[in-house]
Design a protein around this ligand. Structure first.
Ligand SMILES: [Zn+2]
Length: 339
């Protein structure tokens, strides 16, 4: 599969193909955009196209030559990849040093080398300085691809030496098409995931599965009780989170996935509160959300949404999940005065 497997980023494909045709490919690119929208897949296809031995057109991979096969199986000797280890908050200097060293070696198959560095938002001073040396004097014939969520964390010295390519969240129809390839469920499930997936394949996939859907229903049910029990809700949510396994990243991922579902529900409840059409709900969910909208009112729903966004921020900052969920549950189960 060539570029056709990449959805929603046609403008970037065209930009690179045009640069390539004019022999104006940059030495370093910074791919910027939210997680899960296909930056990594795009970088892989770009790499394959750069190194292809029998390209059928400018910057198009043949998908048949040995080089294409090696890029696809991640065994190409002239492709270097590195990312932040899961248990680290920053890109360690050792990782960056070995990445730069490998890029500096002579190519073994052809005349080009490609290096893909993920998590380029996470340099620390030491690893950024180490990387800058390579960026200032890139080995001839090499192409560096950095992947990052934003340009905010980047040092001006890095920004000034890379070409920035922006990636935007996928449209709902594009996301639906990609999810269909992933076979995550029937058409209705795919349509639902595409709507709440925030334009990100990664997010949408994290929201798939019956277990999560069932927990979402439990959560909503707890929130619409006449006397919502916030400690019990926090406890239930924490237990569900811990069922994801001992790994901290898996627990945070599951907590975030529930939060995303909850945010989508609160947004739907807000639309109900304002009398706007809400098509995506089944009868039961619509009934529950109508109760929530009536109980909380638009201001209450907004406060809950803000609490969810704050919880997302705290998860990113690795605050203890039990604390986050206790605080959040209090906001989701406000004591009502008219009992
Ligand atoms: Zn090829």
């Amino acid at each position: 599969m060539g570029w056709e497997r990449i959805r929603g980023h046609d403008a970037n494909v065209a930009k690179l193909q045009s640069a390539f045709a004019r022999s104006r490919l940059a030495h370093a690119y910074l791919f910027v955009g939210p997680d899960g929208i296909g930056k990594r897949l795009f970088a892989e296809e770009f790499t394959k196209a750069i190194l292809c031995e029998h390209p059928p057109a400018a910057l198009v991979a043949c998908d048949r030559c040995p080089s294409c096969a090696q890029v696809a199986s991640k065994t190409h000797p002239d492709v270097t990849r590195a990312a932040k280890p899961d248990d680290k908050l920053e890109l360690p200097v050792e990782v960056v040093r070995s990445f730069c060293m490998q890029l500096g070696l002579k190519p073994s198959r052809g005349s080009r080398k490609v290096a893909i560095l993920e998590d380029a938002d996470s340099f620390n001073d030491e690893s950024a300085n180490c990387f800058l040396k390579t960026l200032e004097e890139p080995p001839p014939g090499s192409v560096l691809i950095l992947l990052a969520n934003s340009t905010e964390q980047q040092l001006p010295t890095i920004l000034s030496r890379v070409q920035i390519l922006r990636f935007h969240p996928l449209s709902v129809p594009d996301l639906e098409r990609v999810l269909t390839l992933h076979e995550v469920g029937d058409a209705a499930e795919i349509a639902r995931l595409a709507r709440i997936g925030a334009g990100s394949v990664g997010v949408a996939l994290s929201l798939a599965g019956a277990e999560l859907g069932e927990f979402r229903a439990v959560l909503l049910n707890a929130m619409i009780q006449t006397r919502p029990d916030s400690p019990a809700l926090a406890e239930k949510w924490l237990r569900f989170t811990e069922d994801a396994g001992k790994d901290g990243a898996a627990q945070r991922g599951r907590t975030s996935a529930v939060l995303r579902l909850l945010i989508a529900q609160l947004q739907a409840a807000l639309r109900l509160a304002f009398g706007s059409p809400v098509d995506e709900l089944d009868a039961e969910e619509r009934g529950q959300l109508a109760v929530l909208a009536r109980n909380a009112g638009p201001d209450g729903l907004m406060a809950m949404l803000e609490a969810c966004v704050e919880a997302e921020r705290l998860i990113d900052r690795r605050v203890q999940l039990a604390l986050i969920l206790e605080q959040l549950a209090d906001k989701l189960c406000p004591v009502r005065t008219r009992l």
